[in-house]
Write a protein that binds this ligand. Structure first.
Ligand code: R5P
Length: 319
């Protein structure tokens, strides 16, 4: 494979620039604009023939706009004879609808996979999928990076103790057990029941949090209801402090207000989604995924293992 080339759509230019900084390279120039009727125009302004192209486009709001831009960019690269098109999609939207929960519903996670593969992507790199099984919706290789080791790393450096890892719902138990094992902390589970889309209700707590620093870990914070309700419940159950960790911080609607007003002491998020000025509340601490994305891009280009990025180095107490 010839030289590596990085290209970015408009969805998250800051992250694309940060990745470039880690790779000591620059984004290839592109022209992206919208026609008067809203149609998207994308043109890459340099030769990509036989190049190993990494297209960076996170599916952040406005999600539909950014999805179409992503598909058009892949099409442009394919028709320009790129050697390999590697999609770097740190936040893969539409993943929550990964099955038919009620009759006559779509499965958008599969639809998006079909669109991306049909458009011509050869492989995909992403962060914290809503469920691991989504990888199977793609008939191309999917490299799945995880944010929890970086949250764990941060908590260990701060020397918070005693910790308990809290699952905000039953679905997150498998992922969070790995984090609990990594930092040698017990696990607690919230039995959450959702009565309508974007409305959550905390029900019960399974496990012990009294006198502990409770760390609630989820793949995303959307309206903030799940995390805020969890924080109230954990305080009520005697947690000494509550820390929220959410990889993809959509922070829709009133989410920031809910996070400010809830008893959580700190909110750790990643930078897979841009954080506008008005959402930069004091409690938020951003852990950048740019270094790990950069290292993964290099390894994919060189045909090296991605799993090796997640080996805990005991002597340094970090990855
Ligand atoms: C649900 O399965 C997800 O993992 C999140 O818990 C959920 O999407 C968060 O949504 P919200 O912030 O609106 O409660």
């Amino acid at each position: 494979m010839e030289k590596m080339l990085l290209v970015s759509g408009r969805s998250h230019q800051t992250l694309a620039q940060d990745i470039c900084q880690h790779l000591k390279t620059k984004l290839a120039p592109v022209e992206i604009k919208n026609f008067a009727d809203g149609e998207t125009y994308f043109r890459i302004l340099r030769n990509v023939r036989n190049k190993d192209v990494f297209l960076i486009q996170s599916l952040v709001p406005p999600i539909n706009e950014n999805l179409v831009e992503l598909l058009i960019a892949i099409d442009a690269l394919k028709r320009a004879s790129a050697g390999r098109i590697n999609l770097v999609c740190p936040y893969l939207a539409y993943s929550r609808q990964d099955r038919k929960a009620s009759s006559r519903e779509p499965i958008t996670a599969k639809l998006v996979a079909n669109l991306i593969t049909k458009a011509g992507a050869d492989r995909m790199l992403t962060v914290d999928l809503h469920t691991d099984q989504i990888q199977g919706f793609y008939d191309i290789p999917v490299d799945h990076l995880l944010a929890y080791p970086y949250f764990a790393d941060y908590l260990l450096r701060k020397e918070y103790s005693p910790l308990v890892i809290v699952c905000p719902d039953i679905g997150s138990v498998k992922r969070n057990r790995k984090m609990a094992e990594l930092i040698n902390a017990p696990l607690a589970v919230i039995d959450k029941r959702r009565e309508a889309h974007n409305r959550s209700e905390v029900m019960n707590l399974i496990g012990e949090v009294k006198g502990k620093i409770a760390v609630v870990v989820d793949d995303l914070i959307d309206t903030g209801g799940t995390m805020a309700n969890a924080a109230f419940l954990l305080k009520e159950k005697g947690a000494k402090k509550v820390i929220i960790c959410g990889t993809h911080a959509l922070l829709s609607g009133e989410a920031c207000r809910k996070l400010v007003e809830c008893p959580a002491f700190s909110v750790l998020i990643s930078d897979t989604i841009p954080l506008p000025e008005e959402k930069k509340i004091k409690k938020i601490k951003v852990i950048s995924m740019a270094p790990i994305l950069g290292r993964a891009i290099t390894r994919i280009h060189e045909g090296k293992s991605i799993g090796a990025l997640f080996i805990w180095r005991k002597e340094k107490r970090r990855f």
